[in-house]
Design a protein around this ligand. Sequence first.
Ligand code: HEC
Ligand code: HEC
Length: 230
Amino acid sequence: MNRHLLAALGLGLIAGPALAADGIGAGLLKSQCIGCHAIAKPESTSLDRLWERKGPDLYYAGIKFNKPWLEKWLQNPVRIRPAGELYARHVKAGDKEDVVDESGMASHPKLSKADAEAVAKALMALVAPAELVSKGAFKGEKVSMAMGGMFFGKLRGCGACHMAKPGFGGASGAELYTAGERLQGDYIYSYIKNPQQFDPRIWMPTLNLAEPDLQRLTGYILQLGATEAK
Ligand code: HEC
Ligand code: HEC
């Protein structure tokens, strides 16, 4: 019997052969991931908690990610937050501007194909609390990339913290040039509308954007991913 199955059995997760894959993924999450990621809503929302967390929260992974992206990334993790987690720990003063010090940034654990698939399945089952994301909020309309880029950059200032192209933009937020592949549209919409709903201490400002802005920015970010993937 392999160690995953043993772990899953130990956790009492296996109810029958059909559930074995779920049990393995959940077992891996508990044995290899919770040291750095919250897979249940943390009780504390203090700044210390955010400051000390070793990885992004995964307790709402099922309403955030696209499963095929998870499966791929877990086998070959590439950096999403250019300055690591949390960025302030890896940034130091340079001559002209702050620079990112990559020396303290470890590479992410890699999973085999089978483990990645099992874990992705378990992550997609983490949907609580579902009200974080309003289903159907993003209407899916096509956006002009020129117009979207202008709002993202100059008009709404998103580019100060996020990259829309590798190497272009701020480093304190997650890159968004792969967001179209990585994230669900309704999640992007809900996050932009109210980042503090996801974490009251996160340093992305709530910008009180009007509905057309939210639709336009969400569409633009999703299309960025699509252009990048070509
Ligand atoms: C040593 C700490 C550590 C461990 C262990 C770890 N991770 Fe991570 N994980 C991180 C960090 C740091 C990031 C942020 C990477 C980035 O932004 O480039 C991350 C990012 C992620 C992301 C993307 C999250 C997002 O919001 O962008 C997923 C999914 C993920 N990890 C899953 C897992 C799974 C599944 C496991 C267990 C098999 C695991 N991690 C184990 C530290 C860890
Ligand atoms: C002051 C910096 C800052 C500004 C300005 C900012 N963000 Fe953010 N943004 C963040 C941080 C920090 C996060 C959380 C990153 C994390 O999970 O580690 C975030 C998260 C996001 C996410 C979710 C990404 C993910 O992988 O979970 C989206 C989408 C997003 N921002 C879009 C925008 C848009 C659109 C704008 C402009 C209207 C904007 N942001 C302006 C800092 C910023």
